[in-house]
Design a protein around this ligand. Structure first.
Ligand code: NAP
Ligand code: ZN
Length: 366
């Protein structure tokens, strides 16, 4: 027996925003637009949205202050602006950071008595409707019920609830053309991580999820080296955007594994991009899983024939070029945190403190 749930309406293709202006009007009467500092503008998405909102006569308020790995404070500031603006729906443009921050703001605006830390209680709270317009091809946040925020101690924490599935995902590959190679790479590796991790968790239980993860892994493995050579190729960009979205559909069902848990401190405390952090960790986690479940790993990583092939693929992008500056205290503290992460429960194999100590030591080169 298996089940699958995804309430997000997905529209994809060049010009998708303009073509579907009517859907924006159906969603609400005043739009709260959430973006990072630059990407919504340089991608062209914000100008397109302004043009459409003018035509359909929907007033709007812009909150363009979302930072990378958005903090509780950042989201609380957005919540205040959202409440003051009296908007009744949210349009998020950007990578995972603005999309996730917007989801949290949408819940807090509907439950103004709550603060960010109370979003982690496990209940499904009501939220304002969120429309997601991704400008990176990585997180799949446009089709997931998750929001990953950073608390006041710098710890990244995800919460999930069905109400924060975006009601609408509008995917225009044109908005991803402005990504420089470093962001294209990091975000595509995040998507690869989602499809590989999701396949491990799913372990062929759900045929629909399996089909999505297999397809995402294959497309990314084939497309990423080509995009490096032809970064302005819209067809290749569209393939990455599609694979990232279907990898999002995978983790919407499976969640993520020890790879994500172990990567969070690298982003919070060392500024490593989320997808790069995952990619650095994938081989070690998968080698550990293979000790107890070798066939599950071989099946999960196809089209890579074995873990050595996967490692070689990642190495082509120089992801381990720089050793990280991680202190002994950080190794111990992060290992304690990672060992406690709920992600370990769904990762086959033993992920104890010693595993994480060795992992973080490897990343710093000893
Ligand atoms: P991001 O943090 O949203 O953005 C990274 C950088 O890319 C920012 O400087 C951003 O600029 C820039 N950028 C975005 N789109 C661009 C474009 N088209 N052209 C040029 N620059 C662009 O990156 P992300 O990897 O997409 O998101 C990472 C976050 O998502 C992490 O917090 C991660 O934990 C979370 N995540 C969420 C889920 C989920 O299911 N919700 C899953 C995985 C990861 P601006 O600052 O100007 O926007
Ligand atoms: Zn991720």
């Amino acid at each position: 027996m298996w089940r699958y749930f995804l309430p997000t309406r997905v529209f994809s293709g060049s010009g998708v925003l303009k073509e579907n202006a009517g859907l924006l009007r159906e969603t609400g009467t005043k739009a709260f637009i959430v973006t990072g500092r630059n990407s919504a503008r340089i991608s062209g998405a914000l100008d397109d949205l302004y043009e459409i909102l003018k035509v359909i006569e929907i007033p709007h308020f812009l909150f363009d202050e979302v930072e990378e790995n958005p903090s509780f404070d950042n989201v609380e500031a957005g919540k205040r602006a959202l409440l003051e603006s009296e908007c009744d729906f949210v349009i998020a443009i950007g990578g995972g950071s603005p999309l996730d921050a917007a989801k949290a703001m949408a819940v807090l605006a509907k439950n103004p008595e709550l603060s960010c830390k109370e979003l982690y209680g496990g209940s499904n709270l009501m939220a304002l409707p969120v429309i997601a317009v991704p400008t990176t091809s990585g997180t799949g946040s446009e089709v997931t019920p998750y929001s990953i925020l950073t608390d006041s101690n710098g710890i990244k924490k995800g919460f999930g609830m069905p109400s924060i599935f975006p009601v609408l995902a509008l995917l225009d590959p044109v908005y991803t053309l402005s990504m420089p190679w470093s962001i294209t790479l990091a975000t595509a590796l995040d998507a690869l991580s989602h499809s590989l991790e999701g396949e491990i968790v799913n372990s062929a239980q759900n045929p629909l999820v399996k089909m999505l993860s297999k397809s995402a892994t294959e497309i990314i493995a084939r497309t990423l080296p080509l995009v490096r050579e032809k970064q302005d190729d819209l067809i290749l960009r569209e393939r990455l955007q599609y694979s990232s979205m279907i990898a999002g559909m995978v983790i919407a069902h499976t969640g993520t594994t020890a790879v994500h848990a172990a990567g969070y401190p690298l982003s919070s405390f060392k500024g490593v991009k989320h997808g790069m952090a995952n990619a650095m960790i994938i081989p070690s986690v998968f080698e550990r899983i293979a000790l107890s479940s070798p066939d599950t790993v071989l099946n999960a990583i196809k089209p890579f024939d074995n873990l050595e092939e996967l490692r070689k693929f990642l190495d082509r992008f120089d992801i381990w070029r720089d050793k990280l500056d991680i202190s002994d205290d950080e190794v111990l503290e992060w290992s304690t945190q990672s060992e406690r992460a709920a992600h370990n429960k769904k990762t086959p194999g033993v992920f104890d403190r010693d595993f994480y100590i060795n992992l973080y030591r490897e990343l710093r080169g000893n």
